[in-house]
Design a protein around this ligand. Structure first.
Ligand SMILES: Cc1ncc(COP(=O)(O)O)c(C=O)c1O
Length: 360
């Protein structure tokens, strides 16, 4: 499966225009939202205590408490892989297993880091649209108590999913009810939780805590931050030793204030929702325009900021040279287009014109 960590074609650099353009390869390729950048600059004053004992971090944590409730534990880390790995580590012992979709970032795109740091086996389940269900998970219970088998401990889901789809709150609730009934936990990779909340027109708490999520990786980078994610524990017992886990896992930022200031910007005046809703609406517009091109076949529902389509294979490399994007599945010629907080309708009409010209 192709993904955004794949090497880009060798001639990519020679094809780079002098002034970089916005494209549809990844929401990670976007820059920083101006208000977030302003917040970084505003935090660049004087000295404050390092490692999070500072007023910027206190303010950001307070904003998370407003979203999720006072009794949650919030920890900032550098990136999404780190958030996932460390959150999962806090929830598991090495003889246990983490159940996830076969398309999950933890399964495909983290270079085995979850297995290395937790010691747990990942049990990936096949899925057509990036979502897993209780019926698929139930058979793993046969292993419970049997010393020769790993013990199922965590169900991990991505919201929005890697395939651009979004779990409905009831779908998440079914998974968490099942998990809790069977002494398991629900982890959510929320690298795109803002896109999911915007898509569902829901509050952040309603699609996480209220539907039984125990640990959440809360994404920042894909929604306008420079870098930085948060690990949020709704089950506080799990956070008992997390400050040590985070440090040992190399994710304790010394200049924490700059992550905190970014989160404060994102969580103020609903900037997180505006950015995500915009990216989602641009994905809808892109899908609408692509839908008019006969040779394009949609492979996924467009529910967040990703558009997955099948393109005739012979045109893909030619298109990529003009506006890079990732092939998601080489065998089926499925490609992924991502929109961002800064995608414009003009970017979409330029890209669609390019596709139309190439497929002509
Ligand atoms: C679903 C998902 N989870 C987590 C991540 C975080 O990865 P990173 O470690 O690159 O911040 C990504 C990034 O692409 C992602 O798509």
């Amino acid at each position: 499966m192709g993904n955004e960590n794949d090497e880009q074609p060798e001639d990519q650099n020679s094809m780079m225009p002098t002034k970089p353009k916005r494209a549809f390869a990844s929401d990670n390729n976007a820059g920083i939202h101006p208000r977030v950048l302003d917040a970084i600059a505003a935090a660049n004053e004087a000295h404050v205590i390092a490692y999070g004992d500072d007023p910027y971090t206190e303010a950001a944590v307070e904003l998370f408490h407003k979203q999720f409730g006072k009794d949650v534990e919030v920890y900032f880390v550098f990136g999404g892989t780190g958030a996932n790995v460390l959150g999962l580590k806090a929830a598991t012992e090495s003889h246990q297993a983490i159940i996830c979709a076969d398309t999950a970032h933890i399964n495909v795109d983290e270079c085995g880091a979850p297995e290395k740091f937790t010691g747990c086996k990942l049990l990936p389940l096949p899925t057509n649209e990036g979502k897993i269900t209780v019926d698929q998970i139930r058979p793993f219970l046969d292993a419970v108590g049997f010393e020769h088998h790993v013990q199922p401990r965590v169900i991990s889901i991505s919201q929005a999913t890697e395939m651009g789809t979004v779990y409905k709150p009831l779908e998440v609730k079914k998974l968490s009810d099942f998990a809790h009934k069977n002494a398991m936990l629900l982890h959510m990779d929320g690298a795109r939780i803002a896109n999911a909340a915007a898509s569902l027109k829901a509050n952040l708490g309603d699609i996480t805590r209220e539907v039984g999520v125990d640990v959440l990786s809360f994404g920042g980078a894909k929604n306008g931050m420079m870098y930085g994610e948060a690990v949020i524990f709704f089950d506080r017992n799990l956070a008992k030793d997390f400050k040590y886990t985070r440090k040992q896992g190399t994710h304790l930022p010394s200049k924490m204030r700059f992550i905190s200031a970014q989160f404060s910007a994102l969580l103020s005046d609903d900037l997180w929702r505006k950015n995500a809703a915009h990216a989602n609406s641009m994905a809808k517009l892109l899908a609408q325009e692509l839908g008019r091109i006969p040779l394009i076949e949609f492979t996924q529902k467009v529910e967040s900021n990703g558009v997955f389509v099948r393109l005739p294979k012979k045109y893909i490399a030619k298109l990529q040279k003009q506006s890079f994007f990732y092939v998601w599945n080489e065998r089926t010629s499925e490609v992924r287009f991502m929109t961002s907080f800064d995608t414009t309708p003009q970017d979409i009409s330029d890209f669609v014109a390019l596709i139309k010209n190439t497929l002509r």
